[in-house]
Write a protein that binds this ligand. Structure first.
Ligand SMILES: [Zn+2]
Length: 285
């Protein structure tokens, strides 16, 4: 079965890759939404966990291979693998191989934020040492997110693992960015806050077409309703405000949306029902 899903965006090519799957506590994933409601959207396992994919997005522009949120990686202890029921299949390597590429072909990495399930794949274990996975890539991280991720507090230390990004800085592969900036032509970021204080979403723009990668702002279709925020979100009220603003822009400008943790096809469009009451996700294919 094919792993990679491909779409055209103007002159760019977008590839939704995979880097394994993991299972998160349903209560944590759905926050204040009661189980009697969320269990109609997804089926929990015997330990009340729900399945999430890791869906990194590769954007091929005319000059660059840009990889957004590389994924989980495979540096987890036996205990962590058990807690999160991590399955390392299909891997990022498998995904890239399917389109005739390797990690060495990636020259730009952009992260929405530095939680382990988004940047775990940025480093790997080689001969007992933790080394960068994408040795030819500059990794663009938001400066204040970097500060938070390198100084985790009691609540955030279960989500920020230094081994995923400190080796990149030591190797001279990190470029810290501030505010909303263009990374390379056609690729830009916009700080949203919400999930983490300096979380950002990533845009790809080519020939008037816009694609957007939402990271923790909208992890999966199950969270399309404005108040369906995660227990892990640090600022849930901000997420609600941000979603309202982003949904309006996404509809007005017909953004292609890519969802990081969706277990089916992650590409689609935000739509509003005719009566103007409910948002929904129209799958691309
Ligand atoms: Zn996160």
């Amino acid at each position: 079965m094919k792993i990679v899903k491909k779409v055209k965006l103007g002159d760019f090519e977008l590839f939704s890759l995979r880097d394994g799957e993991f299972w998160l506590d349903g209560g944590g994933f759905f926050g204040v939404v009661p189980k009697v409601i969320w269990q109609k959207l997804t089926t929990p396992d015997e330990l009340n966990r729900v399945k999430l994919n890791s869906n990194p997005l590769l954007v091929k522009t005319d000059k660059h291979n840009v990889l957004i949120d590389p994924g989980l990686g495979n540096k987890y202890s036996a205990k962590q693998q058990k807690i999160f029921k991590i399955k390392y299949q299909p891997t990022l390597e498998n995904s890239l191989a399917e389109i005739g590429m390797t990690a060495d072909d990636i020259d730009i990495i952009v992260a929405t934020h530095l939680h382990f399930d988004h940047v775990g794949a940025c480093t790997k274990i080689e001969n007992g040492k933790i080394v960068p996975t994408f040795k030819n890539a500059i990794h663009y991280f938001q400066k204040n997110e970097w500060e938070d991720a390198t100084h985790p507090n009691e609540r955030t230390k279960g989500t920020y693992f230094l081994e995923n990004y400190l080796p990149l800085m030591e190797a001279g592969l990190v470029k810290l960015i501030e505010e909303n900036v263009k990374i390379v032509p056609g690729i830009s970021v916009e700080i949203t806050g919400g999930h983490t204080q300096y979380h950002q979403i990533v845009f790809a723009k080519s020939n008037g077409k816009i694609a957007s990668y939402w990271g923790g702002i909208l992890p999966a279709v199950t969270h399309i309703k404005i108040p369906y925020t995660m227990g892990f979100d640090l600022y849930p009220v901000e997420i609600m405000q941000k979603r309202k603003e982003l949904y309006k822009r996404a509809i007005a400008e017909n953004w292609l949306v890519c969802l990081e943790h969706e277990v089916e096809n992650p590409f689609g469009y935000i739509r509003l029902t005719e009566d103007g009451k409910n948002y929904y996700f129209e799958k691309k294919m």
